[in-house]
Structures are given as structure tokens and as C-alpha cells.
Write a protein that binds this ligand. Structure first.
Ligand SMILES: *Cc1c(COP(=O)(O)O)cnc(C)c1O
Length: 377
């Protein structure tokens, strides 16, 4: 079946008592255990509402199984700790989500995990790997520069060496990119973003094979981080519209990227859908759409970034992303504020960089808002 159909139908719990068309919300944390295996318990990650979301997301990501978490970082940290420990080495991209970056720099030394950062480039990742490398963590497109890495090449290299590959697929969503079918071992999402899609819930998920899901679940039982039934239900409901939301966001983002690219107040646009962008050719080979995220820099001589943000009327300066509403932020003040300014500059995140999460509004209204905020002077 196609993604739109899987979004609506797959995983639904059919309740034979009422024959309602929707999954009921099972609030029990206590279940009878006699005459059954795998008795459900929330922190065992096997309750009915958790299972439903895992089934739907597994089908969307072309995976076998998964583990649903209370945040994206719970999914990432638990997965990393399921595959790396003292004496092991991890390769991560420079451009990873700020929280993943901070997880490595704040905790790996204490845990005895060695690590190296690499540029968003398959050769750089391959060069950074050592004999002790157990895990490679990548993101594509990256946050906030929308860098693209050749996923197939990284996966091929890692497979040959027995290294586990983890990709954060939050920006692309399974609608635009299915990394498991490109050879990646584990796909992570911050479900707080596109999967939830309405800026009103926090969750995360790891999708993979049965074998790897068992390993992640075993670590997850130690660390906790399970998701409650009501949020599971809200997430299931959101996922029914994932494909149509992301399609619209992708279309809008492409149009806005083209508009910004041709505007004389804009010096730089990062969007993998633009033919002149750094990662365009690779993105074309591994994505079915280029996504709803973009970033850009203004010509400070013509328009001040701070004044631009204040002049926007509809698009709100806000953290997070992936909701139905368009929001904008300066990564230097939000997602990457905890990284030193020297490190930010080295990665290429200037203080004037703005990241736009494009919503499902009409594209003309989004462009009109940007246009009036750019042209005030
Ligand atoms: C937000 C985000 C995360 C972390 O997710 P939380 O749900 O906030 O824990 C991880 N990766 C990316 C790309 C994100 O945008």
C-alpha cells in the first residue's frame, strides 16, 4: 500500500466489543498476567497504544519493529547506549541536532565512550572511523544547514565493518526519505516535530529490525522514557495526516526557497531542492521530496535580522519545528545556543542564520508575510 493509506489504516487496534473505527485509549498500567506471554507494562514498551504507533511507523519507515519513547532524545540516547559502551568509539556528524551533540560531549567521556566528529560527507565519516568504532550517527538533511550526506555510502561502509548506523530522520520524515531501505540500521525521530505535527506533544521513536529493536528495548527498560497512552493516541491521530501534511509543507518550502533565492535582501538559501545547492544531486538520489525545512541569511546591510523577525506578522519566532504553522528561529539563539560561538562558526552556523519550518498555510500568505518583513525599509 502507499504511504497515504498506511498513515490512515496501518496498526489500528480493532476493538471487537464496540467495533469503533478508532483505537481505544487503554490507560491501564496493570494487566493480568496468567496464561499469557509478554504481559503489557508501560515501561516494557509493549502496551496496546504503544504497539499501534510502532506498527504504523514501522510500515511507513519500511522497518520490522520499533520502540516508542517520551522524547526524541530518549530515543537517541537509549539507542546509542544499546550499541556503544566503555572502550567503544562513535562517529558523529558536526552538524547533528544540538541535543545529540551535547549528549556526546557531556556524557561520553564519563561513560568511557570515545568519539570523533566528522563533516557532513561520507568520506569524512569513513576517515573518522577507527578499529574500535561501533556506532555511526548521521543526519540528512542536517539541522540547521540542510546539509546532505550520501546515506548509501555510509551504510555500505558500516555494514562491511560491522558498525551500527543510526540516522536521525526527523527533518525528512518517512514521507520524503526511508533510510532503512538505503541500508541504515536504525532510524530515529523526534516525534515532537513532524510526526506529532501540531506543536502540542513530545515523543520519539526508533525504527529498525526485530533483532535490533530487542536490543534497544532491553536498554529502554533500564532507562525508562516510555510514552503514556493518551499521548500515544494523539500521535496515532496525527500520523493519519502525516503524508498530506508533509507533502504540502514540502511543496510550500520549495516555493519559498525559490522566492528567497531570488530576493536581493537574501545572501544565502540552504534548501536541498535548489538545483545550485551543495547536496542537490545526492538528495535527488535518496529523497522522494526535499522537505519542509530551509534556512537562509539576510544581507545585514539591507535588512537587520532582528528587525526582520519583529516585523513578521503571521510567522512566529519560536523554537521547535514540523508543526502545521510556519515558525522561524535563529539557531545561534535556540537549538545551537549551548554550542560555543567558535564551534558554531567552524560548523558554519552564523549568528544571522535563520531557520524556517514551513507550515501548511497557503504558500502565498507565507511569502507575503516574509516579503512585507523584508521590504519595510
Ligand atoms: C527536536 C529534535 C530532536 C530531539 O527531540 P526531542 O523530542 O526534543 O527530545 C532530535 N533531533 C532533531 C533533528 C530534532 O529536531
Amino acid at each position: 500500500m502507499h504511504q497515504e493509506t498506511l498513515c490512515v489504516h496501518n496498526g489500528t487496534y480493532h476493538d471487537s466489543a464496540t467495533r469503533g473505527v478508532n483505537t481505544p485509549i487503554f490507560t491501564s498500567s496493570s494487566f493480568e498476567y496468567l496464561d499469557r506471554e509478554n504481559c503489557p507494562y508501560p515501561r516494557y514498551f509493549n502496551t496496546p497504544n504503544q504497539d499501534v504507533v510502532v506498527r504504523k511507523m514501522s510500515s511507513l519507515e519500511a522497518g520490522e519493529d520499533g520502540v516508542l519513547f517520551s522524547s526524541g532524545m530518549a530515543a537517541m540516547s537509549t539507542t546509542v547506549l544499546a550499541f556503544a559502551g566503555s572502550g567503544d568509539h562513535v562517529v558523529l556528524l558536526d552538524e547533528l541536532y544540538g541535543g545529540t551533540h551535547a549528549f556526546a560531549t557531556d556524557t561520553f567521556d564519563r561513560l568511557g565512550i570515545q568519539y570523533s566528529f566528522a563533516a557532513t560527507d561520507a568520506d569524512a565519516v569513513i576517515q573518522a572511523a577507527t578499529q574500535a568504532t561501533k556506532v555511526i550517527i548521521i543526519e540528512s538533511p542536517t539541522n540547521p544547514l540542510l546539509g546532505i550526506i550520501d546515506i548509501r555510502r555510509v551504510a555500505e561502509f558500516a555494514k562491511a565493518r560491522g558498525i551500527t548506523t543510526i540516522i536521525d530522520n526527523t527533518f525528512a520524515t518517512p514521507v520524503n526519505q526511508r533510510p532503512l531501505s538505503l541500508g541504515i540500521d536504525v532510524v530515529i525521530h523526534s516525534g515532537t516535530k513532524y510526526l506529532g505535527g501540531h506543536s502540542d506533544l513530545c515523543c520519539g521513536i526508533a525504527i529498525t529490525s526485530h533483532e535490533y529493536a530487542d536490543k534497544i528495548r532491553a536498554m529502554a527498560r533500564h532507562l525508562g522514557g516510555s510514552l503514556n497512552a493518551i499521548t500515544c493516541y494523539l500521535l496515532e491521530r496525527s500520523l493519519k495526516t502525516l503524508a498530506i501534511r508533509v507533502e504540502r509543507q514540502t511543496r510550500n518550502a520549495h516555493r519559498i526557497a525559490e522566492f528567497l533565492d531570488s530576493h536581493n535582501c537574501v545572501t544565502k538559501v540552504n534548501y536541498p531542492g535548489l538545483p545550485n545547492s551543495r547536496g542537490h544531486a545526492v538528495a535527488r538520489s535518496q529523497m522522494t521530496g526535499f522537505g519542509g525545512m530551509l534556512s537562509f541569511e539576510l544581507n545585514e546591510q539591507r535588512v537587520s535580522t532582528k528587525a526582520f523577525l519583529r516585523r513578521l506578522r503571521m510567522i512566529r519566532p519560536a523554537v521547535s519545528l514540523g508543526g502545521v504553522e510556519s515558525i522561524i528561529c535563529a539557531p545561534s539563539e535556540t537549538s545551537h545556543a549551548k554550542i560555543s560561538s567558535e564551534e558554531r562558526r567552524r560548523i558554519g552556523i552564523n549568528d544571522s542564520l535563520l531557520r524556517l519550518s514551513v507550515g501548511i498555510e497557503h504558500e502565498d500568505d507565507i511569502i507575503e508575510d516574509i516579503s512585507q518583513a523584508l521590504n519595510e525599509r
